[in-house]
Ligand binder design. Structure first.
Ligand code: NAP
Length: 268
């Protein structure tokens, strides 16, 4: 008999647009679990108060933008990967305290492997963006033997800070075109393309042998993914990562694997 948490929530601001309730509730129904995954829109100033309420409710759940880093500070215990990234996207309550984990790292790693393939030793990954998602990407790059990363961000200082955090495998680049040149894998870790037809970097700057992975997902895939495929590159949007990070979170909460195909079908 699986021990269910008192509440299962997604904390963010805003959260109404998220596909996570759809995929988690499909998996919960398929597994016959009597709990509903709900969204909780939390203003940044209310996070600490909500964290106490979650402990009292013996809650578990996910954390999304803009709370991943601040929520890490609300947890009494962090997994090694949450410590490494400084961000929490998955949590649960244990002995009256919050435990934080980060399944974006494993989710990105698994999604890249299953879609465009992990880069070979000696190759370079270009990471566009230097926020929380980029940090998860770099933590995955650290796991790929002999692979290094170039980080470009429109705010250069953020790219430099992230490169310092992952100094063994990465360095910051001033220019997006230079960052992607000759890279085996180019990752969009900015929100560019979410709401319009903008692209994070001109697809014609990518090497013909590059693979492209866009963390952004939206109905009909993203303009960047479609443009990269149009140039003959292998490209994936962020949906496989969303499903995989959600499946890994489900495993942390319940100790059993969800039906990933049910999760995937609930989103496409
Ligand atoms: P974040 O912490 O806010 O960082 C966003 C990064 O993108 C920053 O480097 C920011 O630069 C840059 N950026 C924002 N707008 C830009 C623009 N118009 N042009 C160029 N750069 C821009 O956000 P995050 O948590 O890293 O998330 C980034 C994206 O990944 C979001 O769209 C999120 O939904 C997606 N994501 C997807 C998954 C998945 O499972 N598929 C998981 C996590 C995140 P500045 O510092 O200059 O603002």
């Amino acid at each position: 008999m699986i021990d269910l948490p008192g509440r299962l929530v997604l904390i963010g601001h805003p959260v109404a647009h998220s596909l996570s309730p759809r995929l988690q509730n499909a998996a919960l129904r398929a597994a016959g679990m009597g709990i509903v995954y709900q969204t909780l829109d939390v203003m940044p100033g209310d996070l600490a108060k909500i964290a106490h309420e979650l402990i009292d409710a013996n809650a578990a759940g996910n954390v999304t933008v803009p709370h991943k880093e601040a929520f890490a500070a609300c947890c009494s215990q962090l997994s090694p990967v949450a410590q490494r990234t400084g961000a929490v996207n998955t949590f649960w309550t244990e002995d009256g305290a919050l435990v934080g984990d980060n399944t974006d790292v494993g989710g990105f790693d698994a999604a890249v492997r299953s879609t465009v393939g992990a880069p070979a030793p000696g190759s370079v990954v270009a990471v566009l963006g230097a926020g929380g998602a980029a940090s998860a990407v770099l933590a995955a790059v650290e796991r790929w033997e002999g692979v290094t990363a170039r980080i470009w961000s429109r705010t250069m200082g953020r790219a430099e800070r992230l490169a310092e955090r992952y100094a063994r495998v990465s360095r910051a680049e001033w220019n997006a075109d230079t960052a992607v040149r000759g890279a085996a894998l180019v990752v969009n870790a900015t929100p560019v393309g979410l709401h319009d037809d903008a692209v994070p970097v001109d697809p014609s700057s990518l090497d013909p042998a590059s693979n492209a992975f866009d963390l952004v997902y939206r109905r009909g895939e993203t303009p960047w993914v479609l443009a990269c495929r149009g140039r003959g590159l292998r490209a994936s949007d962020g949906l496989p990562m969303l499903v995989e990070q959600g499946a890994l979170a489900f495993e942390r909460w319940f100790g059993v694997a969800p039906d990933r195909s049910v999760m995937h079908d609930a989103c496409r």
